[in-house]
Design a protein around this ligand. Structure first.
Ligand SMILES: Cc1cc2nc3c(=O)[nH]c(=O)nc-3n(C[C@H](O)[C@H](O)[C@H](O)COP(=O)(O)O)c2cc1C
Length: 277
């Protein structure tokens, strides 16, 4: 068992003064050491295990227990082969040992209102947000449970890169959209702990205060760069912004967010049963 200081030092990339020589429960250790894993052994994940992990996903909190999400387990090779070309950012999507798609779903409760003869007057922004949060929590619980079972996992927003095609292939009706996929399998390699922003940037005491943001981000950029330098050839969008001499996390995400991502998303939702009022 690792100490909290060791675990938190890995999480933040340096000793931030948090944690000490004590050990914590295995569950907390697993959370502090969690990481995405994208390379898997060529071994199946059994349906029985997936069923248990989906039970864990369903154990997540849910707004008013409305349970506004659905999970599509994609096993059929034909369906996977159709999906893969629409998710080119994820190499070999069709052959991941397990592939699930977590969906926000306001349709089920609309249908329940119909057969209970009650009007559902809540197709609005709040419903969209609640369903998205429910689906995200379920996904988070699935990932945590899968990792506790020894699987490696990674969420996949690449499933949203071509939403119209993905929704068609998975026959998603109005009121349902994919928040993300999750791939899972038995790890080929252990992955690594990806450093997080310092608590001084993320945590506010009693009131929001980001007056030290720039210094905190500079610090994070330097700490990350010491462990995970990004080589020039992996800098993003050099066509727009050139090659940076120092390319830290903040430069990376600024470049990413400097170009529209999924500008068609709102139109997709509005044409697929979400009023967003
Ligand atoms: C909603 C969501 C979508 C994501 N989409 C992708 C993806 O399309 N491809 C991928 O390789 N990783 C994806 N990830 C994983 C993140 O890249 C990863 O969580 C992040 O870099 C932090 O690394 P860690 O999970 O190892 O701590 C996604 C994560 C989330 C929460």
């Amino acid at each position: 068992m690792a100490t909290t200081k060791e675990l938190l030092t890995a999480r933040y990339g340096k000793d931030t003064g948090i944690g000490d020589g004590s050990v914590v429960s295995e569950k907390i250790e697993a959370l502090l050491a969690r990481r995405s894993v994208r390379l898997y052994k060529d071994e199946p994940v059994s349906d029985e295990l997936l069923d248990v992990l989906i039970g864990c996903a369903q154990s997540a909190p849910s707004k008013s227990n409305l349970q506004q999400y659905s999970i599509i387990v994609v096993k059929d090779q034909g369906v996977r082969d159709q999906l893969a070309p629409w998710c080119p950012r994820t190499t070999g999507l069709e052959s991941k040992p397990a592939l699930l798609v977590f969906c926000a779903d306001i349709r089920r409760n609309q249908r329940i209102g119909e057969f209970r003869n009650r009007p559902n007057v809540n197709n609005n922004m709040d419903a969209f947000l609640n369903a998205t949060v429910d689906a995200a929590l379920a996904m988070g619980f699935f990932v945590t449970a899968a990792e506790a079972a020894g699987l490696g996992t990674a969420p996949l927003s690449s499933l949203r890169d071509n939403m119209y095609a993905v929704a068609d292939i998975l026959e998603m009706p109005d009121g349902v959209f994919p928040i993300a996929g999750v791939m899972a399998g038995w790890p080929e390699a252990p992955g690594y702990v990806n450093q997080r922003l310092p608590q001084s940037v993320v945590v506010h005491r009693d009131r929001y205060d980001d007056s030290n943001l720039e210094a905190g981000i500079d610090d994070y950029d330097q700490t990350r760069n010491a462990a995970f330098p990004i080589p020039a050839e992996r800098q993003t969008r050099t066509d727009l912004w050139g090659v940076a001499e120092f390319y830290g996390w903040s430069e990376h995400i600024s470049r990413q967010l400097g170009k529209p991502e999924r500008p068609e998303f709102k139109a997709f939702l509005q044409s697929h049963g979400f009023d967003l009022d």
